[in-house]
Write a new protein. Structure first.
Length: 88
């Protein structure tokens, strides 16, 4: 899976596109992400625009870490924690 995050100059909030072998899903105008349930190596992310739910995706934790960091750097409000243990 490939994940593309972009913020066009004419849009206030970023867009996230998820590419897989047979499909692509785009979530536009993301203003908030809620980190939800987690299994061993997967985590659910719920995308919002204001109070409206745009969609939910479950992805590997490794991909979620970089996605959340990128969205946070673009000003998206992140609710929840990935609970990633620190490496000594």
């Amino acid at each position: 899976m490939k994940i593309l995050v972009e913020k066009e100059f004419w849009v206030d909030a970023p867009c996230v596109t998820f590419f897989d072998t047979d499909m692509a899903v785009r979530v536009e105008g993301v203003t908030r992400v809620r980190i939800g349930g987690r299994t061993d190596n997967l985590v659910s992310l719920r995308f919002y625009r204001a109070s409206d739910v745009l969609g939910v995706v479950t992805i590997p934790v490794v991909e979620a870490i970089s996605l959340v960091a990128k969205l946070e750097s673009l000003g998206v409000d992140i609710n929840g924690d990935l609970d990633v243990p620190e490496v000594a």
